[in-house]
Design a protein around this ligand. Structure first.
Ligand code: CAA
Length: 294
């Protein structure tokens, strides 16, 4: 059965981005949030991104209108029951995710594929909450979703090849490049990225280099678009901390353990760009390194 109608659970940064690219690719897309105010915020973000794309002449005003016309917001979970593919992008909390997946499993027709955009939880831990583990997989997008070309498609030991084939085709319809990953915490990219980000914090914490030099080093030395500390501010220190803890609990390897400086920054509310301060302070015109007493 062809994938035509998409459901997205959550309209935060990732959910809104996923919904946007689905609508732009021509899919009728319904996004569900728990409260109207979160939907309004997410839709505001999508409108702003599409408006900017029109201003830059990347898309036409008609394409902008058509994409917005394909998007629908709801606070009722049952409004997703007619979807062929539902992608979950809510907080990294297994209980919250599984409550939604168990309910969706009961209300959706047999052909509906359920997918999670989790960055670190294992997919099987969610598939087990449903009676359709063969039609359950991971679809891991990257931030900012409209810009980043990659989607990790995660196959559990129970996912059918038919499900993977359908999701692979769907990713290509979004003009994304899918890669196949096994169902292990962090999959491919975060397995490599999280230790790198945590090591950058360790280098700073140990006073080996300044935040600016660490970032310049990785930008100019490896052609990364952002240095690791800037990327941490971009992804969110809290998000990275949660991913690292989940991976540490899974593997018990020191390289996934959040360094004390990261923990302290989270306690201080330094979450990165979203809170106005992380490794850099964003309150002025240009970001400046935060004084972390190192
Ligand atoms: N939404 C939509 N479009 C955006 C955007 C956003 N949030 N941010 C930037 N863009 C677009 C801009 O409009 C611009 O588009 P055009 O080229 O069509 O004009 C393009 O991206 C480049 O943006 P800018 O010129 O403003 O800035 P830049 O060149 O510095 O690029 C960036 C910004 C794309 C974010 C770039 O710095 C980058 O690629 N950074 C690394 C991002 C990254 O590593 N993401 C992965 C994070 S890890 C993750 O997501 C996985 C996880 O599980 C934690």
């Amino acid at each position: 059965m062809a994938i035509k109608k998409i459901g997205v659970l959550g309209c935060g940064l990732m959910g809104a981005g996923i919904a946007q690219v689905c609508a732009q690719a021509g899919f009728a897309t319904t996004v569900r949030e728990i409260e109207q105010k979160f939907l309004d915020k997410g839709f505001g973000f999508i409108e702003k991104t599409l408006r900017r794309a029109v201003e830059k002449e990347k898309i036409t005003p008609a394409q902008q209108r058509e994409a917005m016309g394909r998007l629908r917001g709801t606070i009722k979970l049952e409004d997703l029951s007619g979807c062929d593919l539902i992608i979950e992008a809510v907080v990294e909390n297994l209980e919250i995710k599984n409550e939604a997946f168990a309910a969706l499993d009961k209300m959706c027709p047999a052909h509906t594929i359920l997918a999670s955009n989790t960055s670190s939880l294992t997919i099987m831990a969610m598939a087990a909450a449903t009676k359709r583990p063969d039609r359950f997989c991971g679809l891991h997008f990257f931030n900012p979703v409209p810009v980043m070309a990659l989607v990790e498609v995660i196959k559990t030991i129970a996912t059918s090849q038919k499900t993977i084939d359908a999701c692979w085709k769907f990713c290509k319809q979004l003009s994304k490049t899918p890669i196949l990953a096994k169902d292990t915490s962090g999959f491919i990219v975060n397995r490599l990225l999280i230790p790198l980000l945590l090591d950058a914090v360790r280098v700073l914490e140990q006073g080996l280099a300044s935040a600016e030099d660490i970032d310049q080093g990785m930008k100019l030395g490896l052609n990364h678009p952002m240095g690791p500390l800037t990327l941490l501010d971009f992804v969110g220190l809290d998000t990275t901390y949660n991913i690292a803890n989940i991976m540490f609990n899974e593997f018990r390897e020191q390289r996934f353990a959040p360094p004390p400086l990261l923990t302290k920054m989270i306690l201080a509310g330094y979450y990165g760009r979203k809170s106005g301060k992380g490794f850099y302070d964003y309150s002025g015109e240009e970001p400046v390194p935060t004084d972390l007493g190192i």
